[in-house]
Design a binder for this molecule. Structure first.
Ligand code: C5P
Length: 212
């Protein structure tokens, strides 16, 4: 049984509120990222948090430890409950995110393998497994692994064990189905297949049921 996380990659407050309202009661968390935050500002977090579900900031952070810690301060002060970071900057940068999240009572999730075809250039295979191992050693709360390559997500699950979460993007517009991956993961991440749907609430409901 997997949770449903909405990737709310829309632009502007009105569109974000429209989709979030339509999906009320169907979601376990909302993932926000650059498209929404650059078009509205971080104040959007407080507005979305009214729905009383966790907001996860997908900023795929990739910087030096000091900058990562400063990014954490802003993300959690804005009301987010989780942050998504890259791992390829190394263990010190990763630890700054994990500690920054935990210091603020939040969670840290680590991108290990991406869901798009270009991920195969760098963000996959042995590199992904090393990053998953590092994520576990860092004390991170979970990793991000691709629904588009369920066999790889199964491998990453075996690297991290059962105590960390896996959230898995790629369901819907990128071609994966909830059934492909739900047995390996704690949550599926769905963006366009919900927010571009004529009826986002109905689409979210259907994904939620299929993820059970
Ligand atoms: O619209 P779609 O369902 O493809 O959205 C997928 C979401 O998951 C996007 O926000 C994308 O940035 C994110 N993501 C991903 N692959 C990763 C990590 C995050 O697609 N490995």
């Amino acid at each position: 049984m997997a949770e449903l996380l909405l990737a709310l990659d829309v632009k502007g407050r009105e569109e974000a509120a429209r989709v979030a309202l339509a999906c009320e009661g169907e979601l376990d968390a909302i993932k926000i990222g650059y498209p929404l935050v650059l078009s509205t500002g971080l104040g959007i977090v407080k507005e979305l948090a009214k729905a009383n579900i966790p907001i996860i900031a997908d900023f795929k952070v990739a910087d030096i430890p000091n900058t990562n810690a400063l990014i954490c301060e802003e993300v959690f002060a804005a009301g987010c409950s989780g942050i998504i970071t890259h791992a390829f900057c190394g263990s010190d940068s990763l630890l700054a995110i994990v500690d920054g999240a935990h210091d603020h009572g939040g969670s840290a999730f680590v991108v290990c393998e991406m869901s798009h075809p270009g991920a195969l250039d760098f963000l996959s295979g042995a590199n992904a497994e090393r990053m998953a191992k590092m994520a576990k050693e860092s004390g991170a709360d979970g990793i991000i692994a691709p629904a588009t390559r369920p066999d790889r997500t199964a491998v990453l699950r075996s690297v991290i064990g059962g105590s960390m979460k896996i959230y898995s993007p790629g369901v819907g517009a990128q071609g994966a189905q909830p059934e492909d991956v739900k047995k390996y993961v704690d949550g599926i991440i769905v963006g366009r297949a919900i927010y571009e749907s004529a009826d986002p609430g109905k689409a979210a409901h259907e994904f939620r049921v299929r993820a059970l």
